[in-house]
Write a protein that binds this ligand. Structure first.
Ligand code: SF4
Length: 417
């Protein structure tokens, strides 16, 4: 683990020995000096001739970029350093994997206009940028942001905003990419401003990996802009506890102090965080810097990333180790984003052993079994449900209809659509 508490810790790396802390903390300097090829990477960490050749081969098909900051977290003495494995291209990316899919989540099929994915009833994913400050080799959206063979997104944002304005059921917009914060700040503000002007858009989420890979990019200007458009939720992505540095803590403090909740989405990555103790440490470190663990994703079936995938049972093992062994706040939901576009499906070890009309038999994290007895009275309809239902947009009501009215009385229950 690299000791990042010293403000000039990065000067141990020869090419940055004369870089001042002011330059190091400047996001423009970080982007300008990002490493983009094997030769550049070889100046930061020791690479064998074979590794260099492999990287060059991999880069014929994909893009590579890593910020000096993220590279400075690499332990040069560990070939399986989790930071190194996330950002360094390898020849494994060219090997076909089991079940590989170009668009593993079938997002293109659920894209009514360019840049927008509308899969769930009340929320949309708005891909505002195809750029990232660091290209994660395991990216599920690599067809759009990393691969050189596939087309880039169309540049128009207005079509997507128009679609959202016409769809009253959309109450939650996730601004992502790529990395949302790679857009020029004025462009991002224009988008958020237009979304905020749409009455039915209740919340906006901004997704960025900056806190983990270029925390100096979370500037006061960025948070001051975002906080004007509350409620804004900040979605980020830490994969390993070694990413939780004083720089990351300061970035998250700026976001949280501006009144925005931060949620973390990790991907389960083989030999990077595929161990219960690493995940538990990550969840604890995140809470300490005011980040709520939100999801652990089973790694998707994107082509070129099989070497990052684990079996689903590894995720179960991790969740079994977290549930009960640490506080509920530290517990993310483990999900499989269903290949083919089925959406996020939560999966977890089984704690419910039997469920009958009369009772539920459950087990706790230590294997202790208990029986919960159901009450005699089973009618649990609420008197205000109808009032609430009347406030829903017609499209939303259609998707959440529970009952019909005849002469002002509820008479039937409908299954959810
Ligand atoms: S930051 Fe997100 S979108 Fe960008 S490469 Fe990493 S996983 Fe993909």
């Amino acid at each position: 683990m690299i000791d990042t508490a010293n403000p000039t810790y990065y000067q141990r790396i020869k090419i940055w020995k004369d870089v001042s802390p002011e330059e190091w903390n400047d996001p423009r300097w970080q982007l300008k000096n990002s490493v983009r090829d094997a030769e550049g990477l070889g100046r930061v960490i020791n690479l064998t001739e074979q590794e260099k050749a492999d990287i060059e081969e991999a880069l014929k098909h994909s893009r590579f970029q890593a910020t000096p900051y993220f590279l400075s977290l690499i332990d040069e003495n560990n070939p399986e350093c989790p930071i190194r494995m996330q950002c360094m291209p390898t020849i494994c990316e060219l090997e076909p994997g089991l079940g590989d899919l170009i668009d593993p989540l079938a997002e293109d099929a659920d894209s009514p206009v360019p840049r927008l994915v509308h899969r769930y009833p009340d929320r949309v994913l708005f891909l505002v940028s195809e750029l990232c400050s660091m290209y994660c080799r395991f990216c599920t959206r690599r067809r759009l942001v990393i691969d050189r063979t596939t087309s880039q997104l169309a540049s128009e944002h207005d079509l997507a905003i128009e679609y959202i304005s016409k769809h009253r059921e959309v109450r939650d917009v996730i601004i992502s990419g790529g990395d949302a914060l790679m857009l020029p700040l004025a462009s991002l503000e224009r988008i958020i401003q237009k979304l905020r002007a749409i009455p039915h858009v209740e919340i906006i989420r901004v997704a960025s990996r900056f806190p983990a890979v270029m925390p100096m990019g979370v500037t006061d200007e960025v948070v001051n802009m975002l906080k004007k458009y509350q409620p804004i939720y900040f979605m980020t992505h830490f994969a390993h506890p070694y990413e939780v540095t004083p720089y990351a803590a300061a970035a998250c403090a700026r976001i949280a102090d501006a009144g925005m909740q931060i949620h973390n989405q990790s991907v389960l990555l083989r030999k990077i965080n595929s161990d219960p103790s690493i995940m538990k440490k990550l969840m604890h470190e995140l809470l300490k810097i005011r980040v709520k663990p939100y999801y652990i994703y089973q790694c998707d079936l994107a082509s070129g990333i099989e070497h990052f995938r684990t079996s689903v049972s590894k995720g179960f093992e991790i969740m079994e180790y977290l549930r009960g062994h640490t506080s509920g706040l530290a517990l993310p939901t483990f999900v499989i984003d269903a290949p083919g576009g089925g959406g996020k499906i939560p999966v977890m070890p089984n704690y419910l052993l039997t469920l009958t009309d009369d009772r539920a038999v459950v087990r706790n994290y230590r294997g202790l079994m208990s029986s919960y007895t159901n009450p005699r009275e089973r009618d649990s309809t609420c008197s205000t449900a109808l009032e609430i239902a009347k406030t829903l947009a017609p499209e939303e009501a259609k998707n959440t209809a529970f009952f019909d009215l005849v002469d002002g009385k509820r008479v039937t229950l409908k299954p959810q659509v």
